[in-house]
Design a protein around this ligand. Structure first.
Ligand code: F6R
Length: 614
């Protein structure tokens, strides 16, 4: 999704903006641009389709200087990726400059009205309209100054936005507003920032204010002024973010994704720390704001999420139903509110999102709030919208996840779900104490088992080499591991562009079996659990049709060695926790195959890290 950076302060704004945009690259983008204003009020803009390196080439060829400015990476929604459609956009006079993340749904209507007033447009974007609306307001708004004109334009916009704007006629002023996509204001020493996400500014300051929806900020050299939609000044105290800029760097790995795969032991450990008492087996989830009375009273749970987080939700269903004996539904966030779901106070809706800013998930949360007094988020980003709108949150402590393909956030979500299932099982009296203790011990052991497994990935590298040329893959799993088959397939397709499907293994014979031939690698998840024999039978079915089998299991087994073409062994844990370990070889396999195929692992094509449009 689009990345935004604005800067006002003593440093060279071009450097600050380009560096900030680079740190937002993980969000995914297809073009970029910057605008700066010099002491005389002259605006200079450079834009380029493609990567930031392309923009830098343009800047080298036509250097620009200024005192302050704004920068943007675009992820196309309206109009193809091109220089013309890249932000920043200007009004008809060339004196108002705007960057935007989100979608203005009524832009055609607004465009037509503006055209009638003589405005001419040069791009296909919805954003350009905003610059023209500000121009119109400045012309006809009874002497409004620039921040006031900007504020008065906002109610005309239907849709969602994070907007930053400047005007040649308002020296050293940046204005920004948020409705939906995130914006964070950074407060440094005599310098101020506004950005889509913290990594963009972390090198300069850790003191930030997360903007609220319908909030506006005016940044000037003497500091930020926050105001509500009516222009009333609002006092906002900055908070200090604990993230270190180094944590957001690659730390010696070739890609963020590989680094993040290797960070999983730490991420899971951090998600557990302070939440479990090994002595009393008590689960402490204070920020979740859940009382035992409520957990006892609820009759159903629904878990709502998108993508990888949705796969975590599917695993969560197994955990909650097993440990807390409560019925659990799992919904795609984009489907939830359109199916007229049954929501009432007996339902506990849980929303999982790494970013906490996914538009579909937030829309589902808002819908659920109309009927459910208690809502729970499972989220990795402190201060994100999800954490502010849900009545409680279980934070995953994975740290910043930069690679677009989610890895450490996923296993941290599984950890958080295991904690929730334990907590609910204990509160509802469905979990015998000994089982509780056993689960907690096993959970605590997972980070060490992950470390042990990740210590040597040469086996997966070799498998990647042998299988990288295939064009289709099938992933099979059963029970709690079937969502891991889905996740393995998603990882492979999103970063290597190989077609891959995940299936519950028992479903194979109802259709996908038709695909099997000597050109189809099948990754079969076969830990030694109660459905192991059934998985063996499915593997036989694949082999009988000349398919290639890569089996992933948790103990040596002659049966498997005989049948499968390759066997990967992960450490053994309790059946319910196996997904936490099975995910690792699948992430690595996807990574190394994508690497061998020369793909852009951290920023796969067409994808965005934080999907802030519905
Ligand atoms: C896949 C991936 C996406 C996200 C999805 C939801 O690797 O990362 O499928 O899981 O876009 O994002 P969050 O969890 O931020 O709501």
């Amino acid at each position: 999704m689009c990345g935004i950076v604005g800067y006002i302060g003593p440093k060279d704004p071009v450097e600050v903006l380009v560096e900030g945009l680079r740190r937002l690259e993980y969000r995914g983008y297809d073009s970029a641009g910057v605008a700066v204003v010099d002491d005389e009020g002259a605006i200079a803009i450079r834009r380029a389709p493609g990567k930031l390196a392309d923009l830098e080439k343009v800047i080298r060829a036509q250097p620009l200087e200024g005192r302050y400015g704004l920068g943007h990476t675009r992820w196309a929604t309206h109009g193809r990726p091109s220089e013309e459609n890249a932000h920043p956009h200007v009004d008809g006079s060339g004196r108002v400059v705007v960057i935007h993340n989100g979608i203005i749904e009524n832009y055609l209507e607004l465009k037509r009205a503006l055209e009638k007033k003589g405005h001419r447009f040069v791009t296909q974007t919805d954003t350009e309209i905003v610059a023209h609306l500000i121009e119109e307001q400045l012309k006809n708004g009874s002497g409004d100054d620039f921040p006031t004109a900007f504020r008065k334009v906002l109610p005309q916009l239907r849709g969602i936005y994070a907007l930053v704007a400047l005007s040649a006629d308002a020296p050293e002023t940046l204005v920004a507003a948020r409705l939906g996509p995130p914006l964070v204001v950074g407060i440094g020493e005599d310098e101020y920032f506004v950005a889509s996400d913290i990594p963009a500014i972390l090198n300069h300051t850790k003191d930030v204010v997360f903007m609220e929806d319908n909030e506006i900020v005016v940044l000037r050299p003497d500091g930020p002024t926050f105001m509500d939609a009516d222009g009333n000044v609002v006092v906002r105290e900055p908070q200090r973010v604990p993230w270190d800029p180094i944590t957001a760097e690659k730390g010696g790995y070739k890609h963020f994704m590989l680094k993040e795969i290797h960070e999983q032991p730490r991420a899971v450990r951090d998600t557990l720390i302070g939440r479990v008492s090994l002595e009393s087996s008590e689960i402490l989830l204070d920020e979740a704001n859940l009382t035992d009375e409520h957990l006892k009273a609820v009759e159903r749970v629904c878990i709502v999420a998108c993508g990888t987080s949705w796969h975590a939700a599917l695993v969560g269903k197994f955990m909650l139903e097993r440990l807390a004996r409560i019925p659990v539904e799992v919904d795609y966030a984009s489907e939830f509110r359109y199916r007229d779901p049954l929501i009432d106070e007996k339902l506990l809706p849980v929303f999982i999102s790494q970013s906490g800013e996914t538009a579909d998930t937030l829309a589902a949360l808002r819908y659920a709030k109309t009927g459910c007094p208690v809502t729970l988020g499972i989220c990795n980003v402190q201060g994100s919208m999800l954490t502010r709108e849900a009545t409680g949150t279980i934070y995953t402590h994975a740290g910043p996840e930069i690679g677009v393909a989610s890895t450490k956030a996923f296993t941290s979500q599984l950890t958080a779900l295991a904690l929730l299932a334990l907590k609910m099982g204990q509160a509802r009296g469905t979990l015998p104490e000994e089982e509780s203790r056993e689960m907690i011990r096993a959970l605590y052991h997972i980070p060490a088992q992950m470390e042990q497994y990740l210590d040597d990935d040469s086996e997966i590298q070799a498998l990647a080499k042998v299988h990288q040329q295939y064009t289709d893959f099938l992933y099979l799993g059963r029970g709690v591991n079937y969502p891991i088959a889905l996740e393995g397939a998603l990882k492979l397709k999103e970063i290597s562009y190989i077609h891959a499907e995940g299936y519950p293994a028992g479903e194979m014979k109802h259709g996908p079996i038709a695909l099997i031939d000597e050109e189809l690698p099948v990754v079969a998840l076969a830990p030694r659990d109660r459905v192991f024999e059934k998985m063996l039978a499915n593997i036989e079915e694949v082999k009988a049709r000349s398919g290639i089998v890569i089996a992933v299991t948790d103990a040596e087994s002659e049966d498997l060695t005989e049948k499968a073409d390759a066997v990967v062994i992960i450490p053994r844990t309790l059946d319910l926790l196996a997904p936490l370990l099975l995910a690792l070889p699948l992430q690595l396999l996807a990574y190394y195959i994508a690497l061998l195929r020369g793909c852009d692992v951290d920023q796969p094509r067409n994808l965005a890290k934080s999907v802030t449009v519905e």
